[in-house]
Ligand binder design. Structure first.
Ligand SMILES: C[S@@+](CC[C@H](N)C(=O)[O-])C[C@H]1O[C@@H](n2cnc3c(N)ncnc32)[C@H](O)[C@@H]1O
Length: 209
């Protein structure tokens, strides 16, 4: 019975990995609020983002609210970046377009971007938005049109709206039908996930019994 459960779990993890979009990255530039960050994590998981990078101006590690992520933080790589300009430049040199959210009249409608290309979406701090250095590196500045009284959306909501546009475009191009990860990459990550999920969690249960 236990083996059946494990087998089912492994199958599920593999299915998730087969849908992960390794060339759709989110970069959270100084998003400070724990709930906002956690909500971004959960949406990244739902859309199939594998890498979520973040920069914190005080160098702090991002806090995750498990009540918000509902465990989804375990299924993507969340990495702190200390030199964000260097990281974005590095991704750019690997062929990623850098798309920065920016609430300004010279930004383009977020739906005009082709998210089926390798893309990094940069979202910004709750008060200041994205940093100036991001804007300098960015290939495109995007805005979600707003017709109400508020001047901006909550950062996790904005991330969700953009990511679902990316998902829509990628579904249309059938990018979820074929894994973006190689079989070798899938097996490597699966090993790690299975260890963290099954072995580590089981050890924890046994110890706390
Ligand atoms: C509360 S907003 C920051 C507001 C800040 N005063 C500014 O002008 O950028 C926090 C983040 O949410 C995202 N955001 C909020 N509303 C947005 C919109 N209408 N279009 C694009 N991104 C938006 C952006 O990533 C932004 O950096």
């Amino acid at each position: 019975m236990e083996y059946l459960v494990l087998e089912k779990r492994l199958k599920r993890l593999k299915e998730v990995l087969q849908k992960r979009q390794k060339d759709l990255i989110v970069f959270a530039d100084n998003v400070k609020n724990e709930h906002n960050f956690s909500a971004i994590v959960r949406t990244c998981d739902a859309v199939g983002v594998l890498y979520l990078y973040y920069y914190h101006s005080e160098g702090k590690k991002a806090k995750i609210s498990e009540g918000v992520t509902q465990g989804s933080h375990k299924w993507l790589f969340i990495e702190k970046v200390d030199n964000p300009a260097q990281k974005l430049k590095e991704l750019k040199s690997k062929g990623f377009q850098i798309v920065a959210t920016w609430l300004s009249e010279d930004s383009i409608d977020f739906r005009e971007v082709d998210y089926t290309k390798p893309t990094v979406i940069v979202v910004g701090n709750e008060l200041q938005g994205v940093s100036q250095w991001v804007l300098k590196i960015a290939d495109k500045k995007i805005v979600i049109p707003m017709y109400g009284m508020a001047q901006s959306l909550n950062v996790s909501v904005a991330t969700g709206i953009i990511l679902y546009e990316a998902q829509k475009q990628r579904e249309k191009k059938r990018l979820y039908d074929k894994p973006s990860l190689s079989e070798e990459e899938i097996q490597r990550i699966l090993k790690k996930w299975a260890y963290d999920d099954i072995i580590k969690d089981r050890k924890r249960t046994v110890v706390s019994r």
